[in-house]
Design a protein. Structure first.
Length: 408
């Protein structure tokens, strides 16, 4: 757990507020589960669909990596026989722990960058609470935050190790690897030297830490579940169709409209979007990462690019990128845009999705819902653009050091 600094009283106050809000939210969940909906709408406060799947599978083979799969068994450690409502409530209380750790990490990172910590309270917005307490995405998010937090303190091997662990909770942390390596390769002058000397570089050592950790967990997964069991998550996600109103879905709709959904162009589309998910690599060919601030900025960009070009579009992905942004964003306009995004994300799901879909025809629903999703995505890319292109912390900040001061 990161140590609190000289701003301890203020940060403890934020932590007290956060714990109080999360406790209140969990109390509302308990009331909903025992007395019925507290607000209009089927899932305005609570959503037991995903936790119902976790309840059914437990630690069995699922469509997710090994550590997330194993986490589904955590509520059963409290009691081996739980109904779905009790399981969902216990899950929410358990997920409040990594969410609290995320708040501390964000506050600590902001203090090290020398900027105000009050924006951490945006982590208590309804959409962040909703998807943190009723999904498992906060587990992957907090591992990413830990990795960035240790990177900021120049404990680089630990940062790469945590990133590799995060890949086995959700796959998206892998897109931060090129950003980390780009920073270290720039520090060692490998780009200027046309990669000569890479084989003996620290950059290669750090990459080896990541690779060995990933392969080690893969080996353990195969031992635990067998080869067929190990492939389950990959087969599941390869077979998934498009999301709803995301770029892949729109492109697929366009192909269907002209009768090309079964043509070779469909394969080209699939490959193109897969490559686009990792297009941060192309960005890093022209952008040199020279500071810790830029590591944070382009890690955020890498995550959002991955989200934008994914086949599916899940509203809980707000838990992936907002915490990263809150570690370094300072400017008021960026924070306001980010706050607007959190409101829009909650309006998209669960408010609009549930209430409109149940009361309108499919055509009417599409006409109303698609512009709302578009505005939400516009807010997403607006705040990311502001966060990446505008300075947010001092370039002379102590954590923005060059070189390899850490003994690790």
């Amino acid at each position: 757990m990161p140590a609190l600094n000289s701003h301890r009283p203020v940060r403890l106050l934020w932590l007290l507020i956060a714990v109080s809000v999360m406790g209140g939210y969990c109390a509302a969940l308990q009331l909903e589960y025992t007395r019925g909906p507290l607000l209009p709408g089927r899932r305005t406060i609570s959503d037991r669909f995903d936790t119902g799947l976790y309840h059914e599978t437990g630690p069995a083979n699922t469509g997710y990596p090994i550590f997330s799969t194993l986490s589904f068994a955590l509520p059963f450690l409290v009691h081996p026989e739980l109904d779905k409502k009790t399981y969902a409530l216990l899950w929410a209380y358990l997920m409040a722990l990594p969410l609290t750790l995320a708040l501390v990490l964000i506050s600590s990172a902001r203090a090290r960058f020398g900027i105000s910590g009050w924006p951490v309270l945006l982590m208590l917005s309804p959409t962040i609470l909703y998807f943190s307490l009723m999904r498992f995405d906060i587990l992957a998010s907090v591992v990413c935050l830990l990795s960035l937090w240790t990177f900021q303190r120049r404990h680089y091997r630990t940062a790469y190790f945590l990133l590799a662990i995060g890949v086995h909770v959700k796959w998206y942390p892998a897109v931060l690897l090129p950003v980390y390596l780009a920073y270290h390769m720039e520090q060692e002058g490998l780009f200027a030297d046309r990669l000569r000397g890479f084989l003996g570089s620290r950059s290669l050592q750090y990459f080896a830490v990541f690779l060995v950790t990933v392969l080690g967990v893969v080996g353990l997964s195969i031992l635990a579940f067998g080869w067929d069991g190990f492939l389950v998550p990959y087969q599941y996600h390869m077979a998934r169709g498009g999301g709803y109103f995301n770029p892949y879905w729109l492109a697929l709709k366009a192909l269907t409209a002209v009768g090309w959904e079964e043509s070779p162009i469909r394969t080209v589309l699939e490959i193109g979007f897969l490559l686009a998910e990792f297009s941060i690599l192309g960005v890093l060919l022209v952008k040199r990462i020279r500071s810790h601030l830029e590591v944070f900025q382009y890690s955020l960009l890498a995550i959002v690019i991955f989200i934008t070009f994914a086949k599916v579009d899940s509203p809980q992905w707000v838990v992936w990128h907002v915490p990263v942004a809150l570690m370094f964003v300072r400017r008021t306009d960026t924070l306001v845009t980010l706050a607007v995004l959190t409101v829009l994300n909650y309006l998209v799901f669960p408010v609009a999705f549930d209430n409109l879909k149940e009361s309108l025809s499919q055509r009417s629903f599409d006409l109303i819902f698609s512009p709302l999703v578009f505005v939400k995505d516009l807010a997403l890319w607006s705040y990311v653009w502001f966060a990446v292109t505008r300075g947010h912390v001092s370039r002379t900040c102590g954590s923005d050091a060059r070189g390899f001061e850490s003994p690790q």
